[in-house]
Design a protein around this ligand. Sequence first.
Ligand SMILES: C[S@@+](CC[C@H](N)C(=O)[O-])C[C@H]1O[C@@H](n2cnc3c(N)ncnc32)[C@H](O)[C@@H]1O
Length: 202
Amino acid sequence: MKTWFEAFKESMNVIFTDEDFKRYLGNVKKDLRFYRKHLGKKARILDLGCGLGVTAVPLSTLGYEVVGIDNDRDVMGAATVNARNFGGSIEIKYGDIFDINEIFEKDSFDACISGGLLEHFSEPEIKMLVDKQLILAPLVISSVPLASYPDEVWDDGMQRNLWEADYWINNILDGFNIVKHKESKASETIGGFLELTVIIER
Ligand SMILES: C[S@@+](CC[C@H](N)C(=O)[O-])C[C@H]1O[C@@H](n2cnc3c(N)ncnc32)[C@H](O)[C@@H]1O
């Protein structure tokens, strides 16, 4: 089976160029407009499944204290280089997202974020992952791709569940305190797919 590092290598520069970083910074600034109100300045943020750092690295230059966690060692290695080259206050850590409550203490963060992560797991696992994040932080912000985009956009061979926004909100995340959500088109630089972003509070 393909690793995440191999999948990334096929579609992007695993070590960011100046140009890449500028694009990712622009995307993050745009996303921040949606959730800045919920995040204090200098918030401590855990980015689960941080990948190469397309979100974690730019966020760390905007006054936030960021920890990125990923369980692909090659991905982590590249993210560490990207953090060194472009990051602010950031640590890239090896670890499994199912173990976050053993790795970090309760209330270690102001927010747990993830992008393109939850859809790779089963419904009970997603509920469990949100519960685990809400132990570490009072706020969870997650973005997931939605079913409505033609599936052929995903030619990376990775397994993912593409559900409708309504199904995420009313079934998978039912019972969680969703304070805000939006459907939007992801930036073309990461595929231009339709995605759902949810803000969940304890
Ligand atoms: C689709 S990528 C998203 C990366 C990044 N968030 C982004 O938006 O570019 C999913 C990432 O989650 C990581 N991942 C998958 N399962 C994981 C697990 N159980 N623990 C930690 N990281 C995991 C993968 O290694 C990969 O880097």
